[in-house]
Design a protein around this ligand. Sequence first.
Ligand SMILES: *Cc1c(COP(=O)(O)O)cnc(C)c1O
Length: 472
Amino acid sequence: MKQDSVDDLFQRAAKHAARFRDNIAAGPQRPRISYQASLDEFREPLPERGGLGVIEELVAKAEPGLHAMTGPRFFGWVIGGSHPVGVAADWLTSAWGQNTGNHHATPAAAAAEAVAGNWLLDLLDLPRESSIGFVTGATVANFVCLAAARGDVLRKAGWDVEAQGLFGAPPITVLIGDEAHATVFSALQFLGLGHDRVVRVKTDDAGRILVSDFTEAAGKVSGPCIAILQAGQINTGAFDDFDRIIPIARDIGAWVHVDGAFGLWARACPQRSGLAKGVDGADSWATDGHKWLQTPYDCGYAIVRSEEAHRRAMTIAASYLPPSYEGERDPSHFVPELSRRARGFATWAMIKHLGRDGIAAMVARHCRVAHAMAEKLRSEEGIAVLNDVVLNQILVRFGAKHPDDAADRLTQRTIERIQADGVCFCGGAIWRGRKVMRVSVISWLTDDLAGNAAADAIIAAWRAVLRESDGC
Ligand SMILES: *Cc1c(COP(=O)(O)O)cnc(C)c1O
């Protein structure tokens, strides 16, 4: 079989990718076919013999089932827009094929990561001595940070969890807000701390930890403790009150971890940084590159103030520990993996391309668009915006004047209608026991015009649902 030339193959892939991106804004902001139909596209017996033209076939089979996640009117979940500069850097990352475990093996990949890591600390204004692990996302970042936390609080209680494990260890109390992200509970589950074996602290309407309840819970703690706070609640975008809570946690010797998957980026925007005031007083922070920084999937950062606690929790060779450690930074010392992708290249490229100013302007723009969309939606009869739009998240309920169950149904039907219309994409959730629609403004392509067009489409869908269901 004659092979495609590398040049030809890469050029063809690039053409398909560029065409896909060029058409994204005009097409429906949703997949054109279902999962079942996508399975039908791909399903065939294991190929016995190899063949050429695989890339064209992949494009033809995949494209109908691709979601417009890089589109300007995609507001589903909290998903960044995979900026083309990051994508191009990521293609090179794949083409270069660097296994990024240590700095001897791949100096450039390790160096880009080290430098991009320092830039991140500067951008997010976190303690400059912190160490950073480049991981797949905030889920694993939460896991890494909480592993460092677990090791540190137990070491202070005279227990070496990295060597001895959890059996027989002093119990750790985990204080966590009732509206923490699901993946933080997963991280606790992975770490043997249990997702139910926690003290859930009550939160207010916006999902913020109630300081009075936190104080009370902290008062009951004796022994090792980890407190988990949040910068950017997944539904409301709200921030815990770090200035007040962190000192209380400090008083009881707790390790303070902050899940700031997207919200931590408020720090990079002067107009919004006040929201996360005091967050730099914590011990560890989880955040994402593939959300507000717009790197392609996947990329997240585990940031830990104590490099030693971080490295102890993740180092693969147990003998390779401080103070004997004097070598250069190895990427694998701060993450669970040995073999891994060189995520530093795309992060470096995105920060270099946008710059501090560009990142600040993008975050400010998204918050402005979210605010304007919320105002427009709020002004329509029957649409309620449930949250104070402090950041980029809007929580919407349709049929606000109807009885609760009817409003649940109207909200669900409006979401389905919006998705079918395809002008924009928003998803649903349950908030405080009731059906809501979530709008997350976070794609680099989204501007005022796109936000306005989306708000119009949402209102039109709501009116159509209301017309069809009059008397509901
Ligand atoms: C997205 C998100 C996570 C999980 O991050 P992944 O990148 O999906 O692993 C955790 N916490 C919050 C608040 C999030 O928004």
